[in-house]
Design a protein around this ligand. Structure first.
Ligand code: DGT
Ligand code: CA
Ligand code: CA
Ligand code: ZN
Length: 598
């Protein structure tokens, strides 16, 4: 079964190879299609196999031409045109373009001139001094390639948000300690809280840019300087690449908006601006209506608010740029939270005044899925409950593993052990300042069933049910399996629905809209598992489920007290899915939550 992720990867490769071949416009269209295919809530191959070709054409950015290639790939496992390109340009394009400064066009040139196909080929050519002989290259480029090769080899994978964000916080704290820095903020995917991060982008507002760049590359934590100039620098810190840009304070808001992305959001926003006779760039928002242009050309002396620093041309009146709020306000829009900037309807919602009032960390009143040493956790019930009380929660659920498919022998509790364990959880609960739920994490078997006795179901307060086995099912089977579990009145929360592990395994593919419908109908919550290796469900799936009215539960799946902090990742992931406080059952008061639970 072809997954959406696999399809997306093929079209990304396609885009790179087309660009390497010198083709214009098409690569961008293919990249956009790839992104929408990856984010699509339902498995596309399923629709094709069901004969529903229209469903493919209805995906944003996928027109006639691309949809016929999608269908060709699903039906035959290849795309003839892509195969032709691959034999014309047999390059490991994803690897080679990971080198800073080497894009698809450069990769194409290196192949045509020097026969470079792999990172190893490129290293050999650079070491032999052949790269600097190629037209358009020089000794400096060659040196740059050699310096960045090793790094390109080690950062094959995108980093987890949970690893990159703490580093970004450290970078911000360092920048804030520099006197010349007036404001600083993270940008890029990390500000959008994407679950994986290519590199960390930070932005500083200052009137002393070169000093700030110098201080940044001299920061204690920096392992290597990748490149630096008067307005920006890139460094390596451990496994991560950090890009700093410095801007003058008057342009900080414009730069922040631009460098936060996503690219798709920015393209859509720029088009929205053009329709309103405005122009946006990283320096500001400009009124380019004919009136403003007339006014600007009648002015004689140069006025810095009417020049585009990119082109030096007069482009009308600069109306915003110092704050990001102001950039959106200049278009008549409210500020759009970075988590929503994916071009999945946020600009239209902003225009209608219907942006969601996203939940925040403080709305969370408890965690419903955690573990203790009764199964595979590392502390006892009392220590977990104490840590939860310290966080100010009103209630807290322990959900240790029941035995069953996918659980290592001895790690899961039998029905008899569950009764004994529930008694201890209740005893700790009696003594605690907060409400403690005795729960269990049951195992959803390959058919969507769980295996718990009636007595156990009646005794427990919360039943989380998760898949730990048969994660290679096709999407149709997996959707049926999960919907079947959602229909089970005993189940309160469907835990980590896909079973994916980021950078490790893709987990189940399913139709998130169908899950959302079943969850809404049967009052079963879909989990956003906050473990940074999981983030399961993710933004686009949460959004699809919420459109059907599904209840959501954000839990940490903690196996030790410290990871109760993972709630941070879950909350921002749910925000990426447009979640408001009421959508999330563990923001509710105790009485409402009790009524929801089985
Ligand atoms: P990443 O690093 O792969 O996780 O993803 P981003 O989104 O952080 O991407 P990055 O680091 O390449 O660039 C940061 C932001 O800068 C990006 O989200 C949007 C903006 N940006 C960069 N290059 C371009 C561009 O060529 N066009 C537009 N419109 N925006 C760009
Ligand atoms: Ca980035
Ligand atoms: Ca970057
Ligand atoms: Zn668990």
């Amino acid at each position: 079964m072809t997954t959406n992720a696999e399809l997306a990867a093929r079209f990304e490769e396609f885009a790179d190879l087309l660009e390497a071949d010198g083709v214009e416009y098409k690569p961008r269209a293919y990249r956009r299609a790839a992104e929408n295919i990856r984010a699509h809530p339902a498995p596309i191959a399923d629709r094709i196999e069901a004969g529903d070709r229209e469903a493919v054409e209805n995906i944003d950015g996928v027109g006639d031409a691309i949809s016929s290639k999608v269908i060709e790939y699903v039906e035959t496992g290849t795309i003839e045109e892509l195969e032709d390109l691959r034999s014309e340009l047999p390059i490991d394009i994803a690897d080679i373009t990971r080198i800073e400064g080497v894009g698809p066009k450069t990769a194409g040139k290196l192949y045509r001139e020097l026969g470079v196909q792999t990172l190893d080929d490129l290293e050999a050519a650079a070491e032999a001094g052949e790269v600097q002989e190629v037209k358009g290259f020089g000794p400096k480029t060659e040196q740059n390639i050699l310096e960045n090769l090793e790094f390109a080899r080690t950062v094959g994978q995108r980093q987890l948000l949970g690893e990159a964000r703490p580093l970004a916080d450290d970078v911000l704290a360092f920048l804030e300690s520099i006197d010349a820095v007036e404001r600083c903020e993270v940008a890029g995917s990390i500000r959008r809280w994407r679950e994986t991060i290519g590199d960390v982008d930070v932005l500083a507002a200052t009137d002393a840019g070169e000093d700030v760049v110098e201080a940044f590359v001299g920061w204690d934590s920096v392992d290597d300087e990748i490149e630096s100039g008067p307005e920006k620098a890139s460094v390596r810190v451990g496994e991560s690449r950090v890009d700093l840009r410095v801007v003058v304070p008057e342009e900080f808001g414009a730069a922040l908006q631009y460098f936060t992305g996503s690219k798709d959001h920015n393209v859509a926003l720029r088009n929205y601006a053009i329709d309103r006779e405005m122009k946006l760039n990283e320096y500001g928002a400009f009124d380019v209506s004919s009136e403003a242009l007339r006014a600007s050309s009648s002015r004689t002396e140069s006025d810095d608010d009417i020049e585009d620093p990119e082109s030096g041309q007069r482009v009308g009146e600069r109306v915003a740029g110092e704050t990001e709020d102001g950039m959106y306000e200049a278009l008549g829009l409210p500020w759009i939270p970075p988590e929503l900037r994916t071009d999945r309807g946020e600009i239209a919602a902003a225009e209608r005044g219907e942006l969601p009032a996203l939940l925040v960390r403080d709305d969370i009143r408890g965690d419903l899925h955690t573990h203790t040493e009764w199964s595979d956790g590392n502390t006892d019930v009392a220590a977990m409950v104490e840590a939860a009380a310290e966080r100010g929660y009103d209630y807290f659920g322990i959900a240790d593993h029941a035995e069953g498919p996918g659980i290592v022998g001895g790690m899961g509790l039998s029905d008899a052990e569950i009764l004994e364990y529930a008694e201890e959880v209740r005893a700790v609960g009696e003594e605690a300042e907060i409400e403690v739920f005795a729960g269990i994490e049951a195992n959803v078997d390959a058919d969507g069933e769980i295996d718990l006795s009636e007595e156990v179901i009646e005794t427990l307060d919360v039943i989380v049910a998760s898949t730990h086995s048969a994660l290679d099912q096709d999407a149709e089977t997996a959707t049926e399996r999960l919907v079947h579990a959602l229909e089970n009145p005993a189940i309160d929360v469907l835990g980590h629905p896909s079973g994916r592990l980021l950078n490790e395994r893709s987990g189940l593919e399913f139709d998130a809209t169908a899950l959302g419908e079943a969850a809404a109908e049967h009052d079963t919550a879909l989990e956003v598992n906050s473990n940074p290796r999981r983030l399961d469900l993710w933004g686009s799936a949460v959004q699809a489920a919420l459109e059907k009215g599904a209840p959501i539960s954000i839990n940490t799946d903690s196996h030790r007290p410290a990871t109760l902090e993972y709630m941070r990742w879950g909350v921002h992931t749910a925000r990426r899915g447009w979640a408001e406080p009421d959508d999330v059952i563990n923001t509710w008061g105790l009485a409402d939550l009790r009524e929801f639970l089985h």
